[in-house]
Ligand binder design. Sequence first.
Ligand code: HPA
Length: 274
Amino acid sequence: MTNDMYEHVEAAAAAIRSQCQTLPQTAVVLGSGLGEFADTLLDAVRMPYAELPHWPASKVVGHAGRLVVGNVGGRQIAALAGRAHFYEGHDLSTVVFATRVMGRLGVREIILTNAAGGINTGFASGALMVIDDHINLLGSNPLLGSNDERFGPRFPDMSEVYSRRLRTIADAAARARGIPVSHGVYVAVHGPSYETPAEIRFLRTIGADAVGMSTVPEALAARHMGIEVLGLSCITNMAAGVLPQPLNHEEVLETARRVRDAFIGLLEGIIERL
Ligand code: HPA
């Protein structure tokens, strides 16, 4: 993390501040196929990533690439439709750029959503999972390199990455809206190829319930900055080898679309309770 990064983050934060009358209190990062939540914000200010200084572009199908700041349930929210991924060739300090900007804007909580493969055989495609903890198998860390103390400490604690308070709120929102949710451990892998059945058996053995290619870098950077984190996975497919069928990105998008209303309902219920 170079000092340049801090200046770039500050420049993006300044550009956002100049366009928003009310700054966001909470950020929501929207995973594959979940971007439409951004369209539900009231009195919204829309900022395409391409118009924000230094903002990395995501080119994945299903990721629209815009920041929307607006109101949900009386709370000012920053919704990020589209994120940069490690597998696109960005380094992890670039992957967490948006998280850094949210932190500098003064966001207190960040809700990280993603599409994930179900490793736990008790799950089914379309299930929603509250992330209780993670395993980082990216082989890297966004905090690698010289530490910028303006973001946070050199050796940040990770004993409760996913806030117990926010997980309890997620459960209360799910119960109130009649949306079933599971809990589990998310493992982040590099991608972009999906896993082999042998890799999925390995990941199950080490304690993972769901596998995906995002979220962990942002969660680490957010905790580094003292931001409270909630992680929500949409189990868009059962992981490789669980079912006798191949995996593809269309299935991921199709399932995300199918559960979109439940997912948006859950997010609204959570935000109302913050
Ligand atoms: N593996 C990794 N990442 C994913 C998957 C998967 O099965 N589904 C959605 N994202």
